[in-house]
Write a protein that binds this ligand. Structure first.
Ligand code: ADP
Length: 644
């Protein structure tokens, strides 16, 4: 017989094997889950092949068998699926194939950059799933004895996990499929105990769609709960199914949606929302899809075509009898049914969220806090449903913030959860108000003090606060909600409803003499920086503010763009001047003497610089500080040292 061929593992596998063999004890149960899941995949693949290629059909039931041998300290996980050829052994069990293990290594590396000790995150192995190599958590030697459904010869793959593996042909008959033979480590003998194995299979693998046998008992339920009537599925079953789908073994879903429909498309589905957003923990985008079944049989796990990006956090299963069983991944993509299913699912999820907001506001709050940032991106992605998504958005606003003042420092541990919906805003809107006002900026504290708000507060008009740039992108794209225009309050498009004119309306007061002269001087001084200078009706205290010309972006969006686009040029703004501010009134008086013209121009330039700073932008630093210096010098000169 020929010598076994020797191979070396890919470097990443060596790292992974090292981590796995030192991993925490409680993770070891999931090793069995991983191997059973591989066996189940292999059975799925075989079933698929049998459906499309007659020559591979037989009537042998597809099963996974556990064969413990206490004496030999051996556990065999056997399946009669597709098996592996020689080349598949080299390729699949010598390089990193499993997306979970890649993610896991990537996340460890990413975390290690930011933190001193990545070891704590080893506990997350279970959630990523590390595939075949998990075998080395239990065994110090692993053999894979296998025969591919396409071949007569069987092969033996063998490794002690130290960096090398061998492959040799097996003489005699090898049954189709694969046996993973785990030569258990000394402290892993419990994995030969039938009770223990039963417990682990029930905990992690009960929804595997093929029988898992030990002796002649079937250990798993394999009940497709999604085809059961809704009211017959218990919470425990949902929790179990959720944990199986997500590998989040200690969690319960935040909510679930169980759907059945006969027309226009026949399908059953259960969708689960996790209780927290894993992406927020700094793992980047978590990639997973939905399990797609045809008449209870898995056609594709991880199907990304059933839900849009902005609902990517949902887990679940969709089962349609209208889907042919032997559809392949490639033809599935072109299948007309998928977009139809997707449309229905989106609608159902958005409707459900809307009812959740009314019926279980606390659950909705948690949901929005965790997944709101992902959901909101849908407004830009899904034209058809953007009104529905907008309905689910929540904001802070002058209404909520002015009632519960924002305290700087952490006097309250309560996270500030936005609570104002666009519908609630519209209900509170004043008579004749055709616009929904918003202001965006980096944080609530700064937003609630912004000078632009003066006039709105005085008139009792609610302003939404957008402290996440996504919100503003979303609202800009939405443009209108119900019949009201969404408008940033730093825009020149703002219109105040007639009914809100304050009793002491300054605009009724006569304007100071020479006010137009002041506007002219300012215009001359700032000619190349702004598009116009004009009288303001929105200010009560401040002398001036900058607004964006009609139809242009808000300050905050401009800021975001100037950070992301190198040669972004912001549109010139309009400077609005308040004729009744003390300083402006005095300048009007001074303008009677043309000797003061240059001083008034300088004041205009300084007011412009101040307004930029208030909007979080930086004026020309040298020019601004030099001018301030000159003002101080002049003021100092005009003071007297004589004590009267
Ligand atoms: P994954 O299953 O995510 O691809 P694994 O590391 O678990 O990653 O397995 C690598 C590959 O080895 C699988 O993709 C599959 O091709 C093959 N494999 C593993 N277990 C079996 C099995 N029981 N039968 C057939 N092929 C298998």
């Amino acid at each position: 017989m020929s010598q076994p061929q020797e191979f070396t593992f890919q470097t990443e596998i060596k790292q992974l094997l090292h981590i796995l063999s030192h991993s925490l004890y409680q993770n070891r149960e999931i090793a069995l889950r991983e191997l059973i899941s591989n066996a189940s995949d292999s059975l799925n693949k075989l079933r698929h092949i049998q459906l499309s290629e007659e020559q591979y059909r037989d009537n042998v039931p597809l099963v996974i068998t556990l064969e413990p041998d206490k004496e030999a300290k051996l556990l065999v996980i056997r399946d009669n699926g597709i098996g592996l050829t020689h080349d598949e052994l080299v390729q699949n069990l010598g390089t990193i194939a499993h997306s979970g293990s890649k993610e896991f290594l990537r996340s460890l590396a990413a975390k290690a950059e930011g933190e001193a000790a990545p070891s704590a995150d080893l506990s997350l192995i279970g959630q990523f799933g590390v595939g075949f190599y998990a075998a080395f958590m239990l065994a110090d030697r692993v053999e894979v004895v296998t025969r591919s459904y396409r071949e007569q010869t069987g092969w033996r793959w063998e490794s002690d996990g130290s960096g090398r593996f061998t492959i040799s042909p097996v003489e005699g008959d090898v049954p189709r499929g694969a046996q993973i033979r785990l030569h258990l480590k000394d402290e892993m003998e419990e994995f030969t105990d039938p009770h223990r194995l039963k417990f682990i299979v029930r905990k992690y693998s009960t929804f595997v769609p093929h029988p898992i046998k030990l002796d002649s008992d079937t250990l798993n339920e394999q009940k497709p709960i999604w085809v059961e009537p809704k009211n017959q599925v218990t919470d425990e079953q949902h929790t179990g199914f959720y944990q199986w789908l997500t590998h989040h073994s200690e969690e319960k879903p935040l909510w679930h949606l169980h759907l059945s429909s006969d027309s226009p498309i026949q399908f059953h589905s259960i969708l689960y929302c996790p209780p927290s957003n894993f992406e927020m923990l700094g793992f980047g985008q978590i990639e997973h899809g939905i399990n797609l079944c045809a008449k209870r049989i898995l056609v594709q796990d991880d199907c990304r075509d059933l839900l849009p990006e902005y609902l990517r956090f949902l887990y679940g299963v969709v089962d349609s009898a209208d889907l042919p069983l032997n559809v392949s991944r490639e033809t599935l993509q072109d299948h007309k049914l998928l977009p139809k299913l997707k449309r229905v699912l989106i609608k159902k999820v958005l409707d459900y969220l809307s009812s959740l907001a009314e019926e279980q506001p606390e659950t909705f709050k948690t949901f929005y806090q965790q997944f709101g940032p992902i959901l909101r991106t849908g407004i830009g992605q899904d034209f058809e449903n953007r009104e529905k998504i907008a309905k689910l958005m929540r904001f802070h606003s002058t209404h909520t913030v002015d009632q519960t003042p924002i305290l700087t420092g952490s006097t309250s541990d309560q996270p500030k959860i936005p609570a104002v919906s666009l519908d609630a805003y519209i209900q509170r809107a004043v008579e004749g108000q055709n616009q929904i006002y918003y202001l965006s900026g980096p944080d609530l504290d700064a937003l609630s003090r912004h000078p632009h708000l003066e006039a709105f507060r005085k008139r009792g008009l609610e302003v939404l606060f957008l402290d996440d740039p996504i919100d503003e992108f979303a609202l800009t794209q939405l443009h209108k909600y119900e019949d009201k225009d969404l408008i940033s309050i730093d825009s020149a498009d703002v219109v105040f409803p007639e009914s809100t004119k304050p009793a002491d309306d300054d605009s009724l007061k006569p304007k100071p003499k020479n006010f137009t002269r002041i506007l002219e001087l300012f215009r001359g001084a700032l000619d190349n920086k702004i598009s116009d200078v004009r009288e303001s009706s929105r200010l009560t205290e401040s002398p001036c503010c900058l607004v964006n010309p009609q139809g242009t972006m808000s300050n905050q969006l401009q800021k975001v763009l100037s950070h992301t686009m190198k040669d972004y040029e912001a549109p010139k703004r309009i400077m609005e001047v308040n004729p009744h501010a003390g300083l402006v009134e005095r300048l009007c008086e001074l303008s009677g003497n043309s000797d003061n013209d240059e001083f008034i121009r300088d004041c205009g330039r300084q007011l412009y610089a101040n307004a930029l700073i208030l909007d979080g932008l930086i004026p020309d630093v040298e020019e601004t500080t030099n001018r301030a210096m000159r003002f101080m010098e002049e003021l100092a000169r005009s003071k007297s040292s004589i004590v009267l």
